[in-house]
Design a binder for this molecule. Structure first.
Ligand SMILES: Nc1ncnc2c1ncn2[C@@H]1O[C@H](COP(=O)(O)OP(=O)(O)OP(=O)(O)O)[C@@H](O)[C@H]1O
Length: 280
């Protein structure tokens, strides 16, 4: 049994003959900010998609707080096609859908911002809150539980205040400046009360000023919400400043892991990635 908040064991994701993630093993500990980096197409988002139940891995297992939550081995046609490692190591099959993963306490944001663009800031966060509620969105829609609904509205307001979005609560999401949309996306993730927050390129499209603000913001929410943060990011300034440890993927394979100093000085990483990263 693992004691890590998140542990991936020999994860492989194969799309037909394409091995997107190849035998990836790694862990994230409580309170850490961990970055997953690598060139375009290295398999980073695919790794997030396996952790959050979007894809069932072709092989391997995922543990959350020491408990196995996902496990699989090549099945059907994939038995012949399989090119990853560690075949035969994971006999049991355990699959979970994204909403179940969310309820366990793992939340994520996406590379392309996914908000309800025509709804207000408040409504966007309130809907995310319902994801975690016992009564669910159905009950909320038909006002089946007025007391719970009131509590959720109050919690939504409190969250917006902490994240400095309260003044914008009645603004339509699509009218927000880009940096605030990203912040709202993170607010939506936090509304589901996660203990582990996955951020997929949170600084994508941001200018240096917005990136610097985001760096401080991620540290702040890690502390305020007692989170563990696992993020994919191309902005090396942000990654090097904020990360406790960094994992580097290249063509689906883990090529390095270590502190920012260790990774920056790793020749394999320099060859594979860092030389081009700042242009990304
Ligand atoms: N649903 C899918 N079907 C087929 N191939 C896929 C699918 N999703 C991802 N891939 C392939 O898997 C590989 C890894 O893609 P992925 O998006 O995980 O990389 P990435 O490291 O997140 O890249 P980027 O930094 O550009 O976002 C790529 O070759 C991609 O084309």
């Amino acid at each position: 049994m693992s004691e890590h908040v998140l542990e991936l064991q020999n994860l492989t994701m194969q799309f037909g003959g394409v091995v997107a993630v190849d035998d990836l093993s790694m862990y994230v500990d409580k309170g850490e900010i961990i970055a997953l980096i690598g060139p375009n197409g290295a398999g980073k988002t695919t790794a997030f998609n396996m952790i959050t139940g979007v894809y069932a891995p072709t092989n391997g297992a995922i543990f959350f707080n020491g408990e196995q939550i996902i496990s699989n081995h090549p099945q059907g046609n994939m038995k012949k096609l399989y090119q990853g490692g560690s075949a035969g190591k994971f006999p049991n099959v355990m699959v979970k859908l994204p909403d179940v993963i969310t309820k366990l306490g793992i939340a994520r944001t996406f590379q392309n911002i996914r908000l309800f663009k025509d709804l207000t800031v408040f409504e966007n966060v309130l809907i995310a809150k319902h994801m975690r509620s016992k009564a669910g969105v159905f009950a909320a829609t038909f006002r089946l539980n007025a007391k719970e609904e009131r509590a959720m509205r109050a919690e939504t307001m409190r969250l917006l205040e902490i994240l400095e979005l309260a003044d914008l609560r009645n603004e339509t999401a699509s009218n927000l400046p880009y940096g605030k949309q990203r912040r709202l996306e993170i607010a939506r993730a936090l509304a589901t009360e996660p203990s582990l927050l996955l951020l997929d390129e949170p600084a994508a499209g941001m200018n240096p000023q917005e990136t610097a603000e985001l760096t401080a913001f991620i540290k702040q929410i890690r502390d305020d919400f007692k989170l563990t943060v696992f993020m994919i990011e191309h902005h090396m300034d942000l990654v090097m400043e904020i990360s406790d440890r960094i994992y580097v993927l290249d063509f689906g394979k883990l090529i390095a892991a270590g502190t920012p100093d260790e990774v920056q000085n790793n020749q394999r990483v320099i060859d594979a990635y860092l030389g081009v990263a700042d242009d990304a």
